[in-house]
Ligand binder design. Structure first.
Ligand SMILES: Cc1ncc(COP(=O)(O)O)c(C=O)c1O
Length: 450
């Protein structure tokens, strides 16, 4: 693209396009970056930069870019039936096959799937399913929803109300009534003297106290990301998830696993729920279900819950794009690739352990306060100027480091004072070498500049 065309596009963008999760003052000052194409783990922008995508788009392009198997499946489906709705006793073959396949892949009792267009919609659907189900069971007072500090469940009114990040809730006067927050197992942010396991135990005890305070008979469900992603790659301390799950059983509170990031292999198992034996009552999915090639979300329920809900008759929920045939075709082709190339096993046995060992090499870097991660997801907490543990009101060291990383040729995500990474599952050792060499240059520059 010529410079004049690029400037013209950037002007059009500024005049008419509102970007998601963007500070538009910064955008106006720094200019828009336009990604033109992508291949494998690499994206190419309109200024001629080739960037290693260390975040797989937005934690989603798990099979990498340019996969002809998905593109051709989508093309074939578009020619045959690009769209038809699933309302009114109608559906399409890819949606049927995908629901069936998920019921065989999913952990524990999860057998029934309702499709939608995104992770937020999947959580919004879960909220409505839970409300409808408790009404059917004649427990209309059981409506409150628990979620954890630092959780991210999306941006629609219910999903944002679940989200434990003030930047997502406060500007919109959320959460709505009936959403109750419990602690997230993040000792680093709590600045506590307890070690990770002890802090996890404290979180469980505090959650139990909050449940008693609110009254267990008023609480419908707890939403949990097995590893909290957008909140800063927070991995559960030993024993924590097991105890949390048990508290829900003890108090007849539904356990919802939000596997929008962790589903389909990022932790080295098909679902994070399997790693901690969570046996969720509901599970929400998106992102890796199509590797981001087309938008698709899913809410899975146990057979029993599905039966009770559907026997009641008309279920007035669903979207124009629920069970979209082309999105379902993309998901089926994506699952074929994951299986054929054994990508989930490879995350577990090869790329994941290598990624974690390379990540942990930074634990002695003077700019790194903590290293976290599992499988192919990880984060580095950056040391603020005033030193580790100093108060950090509005600091955005992560954004600064992510900008430097981009100059060094890689895309990572800046969150608060950390950088997060979650590359495609197809990343080679050599590409991991490129990623981590660029991260080291980034940290060295960051250290020199701070
Ligand atoms: C765990 C989790 N849940 C839900 C969502 C919301 O998904 P979407 O952006 O597709 O609405 C995200 C998105 O990052 C997520 O990470």
């Amino acid at each position: 693209m010529g410079n004049a065309d690029l400037r013209q596009l950037q002007k059009l963008d500024q005049a008419s396009h509102i970007h998601p999760f963007t500070n538009h003052n910064d955008l106006a000052a720094l200019g828009t970056s336009i990604i033109e194409r992508a291949e494998g783990c690499w994206v190419f922008d309109s200024e001629g930069h080739r960037l290693l995508d260390g975040l797989a788009g937005l934690w989603c392009v798990n099979v990498g870019y340019g996969r002809h198997e998905i593109i051709e499946a989508v093309h074939r489906q578009m020619l045959r039936l690009p769209y038809y709705c699933s309302f009114f006793n109608t559906t399409n073959e890819p949606a049927i096959r995908l629901a069936d396949r998920l019921s065989r892949l999913a952990p524990g009792r999860l057998r029934r799937t309702m499709f939608c267009g995104s992770g937020s919609e999947a959580n919004e659907t879960a909220i409505k399913v839970i409300r409808a189900w408790n009404r059917l069971r004649k427990r209309p007072q059981k409506t409150k929803l628990l979620s954890r500090k630092f959780s991210y469940h999306g941006v629609t009114l219910g999903a944002a109300s679940l989200t434990g990040l003030p930047s997502v809730t406060d500007p919109f006067d959320l959460p709505l009534p009936g959403f109750v927050q419990v602690p997230g197992p993040h000792p680093y942010a709590a600045n506590t003297d307890l070690d990770s396991r002890a802090y996890g135990q404290w979180c469980v005890e505090e959650t139990a106290r909050i449940i008693e305070r609110e009254g267990p008979h008023t609480i419908a469900a707890l939403f949990v990301e097995p590893v909290q992603g957008a909140g800063g790659v927070i991995c559960p301390p030993t024993g924590y998830l097991k105890s949390l799950r048990q508290i829900c059983r003890d108090h007849d509170i539904l356990f919802v696993a939000d596997e929008v990031i962790t589903g389909f292999g990022r932790l080295g198992s098909w679902f994070g729920s399997e790693l901690w034996d969570l046996d969720p009552d509901l599970m929400t999915l998106a992102k890796g279900i199509t590797s981001g090639y087309l938008p698709l979300g899913a809410t899975m329920l146990s057979e029993q819950m599905g039966d009770e809900l559907l026997k009641a008759g008309y279920f007035a929920h669903g979207f124009t794009y629920s069970s979209h045939p082309t999105c379902a075709a993309a998901a089926l082709a994506n699952l074929d690739l994951l299986e054929k190339e054994r990508l989930v096993d490879r995350v577990r046995d090869e790329s994941g352990p290598y990624f974690q060992s390379r990540l942990r090499e930074f634990s002695t870097h003077p700019s790194v306060a903590e290293v976290r991660g599992m499988g192919l997801i990880g984060a580095l907490e950056l040391v603020p100027k005033a030193g580790k543990g100093a108060p950090k009101p509005d600091s955005a060291l992560g954004a600064k480091a992510a900008r430097i990383a981009r100059e060094e040729g890689v895309i990572v995500r800046g969150i608060r004072d950390l950088i997060a990474m979650s590359p495609p599952f197809t990343i080679s050792r050599e590409e991991q070498g490129t990623l981590f060499a660029a991260v080291r240059r980034t940290l060295d520059r960051f250290h020199a500049e701070s």
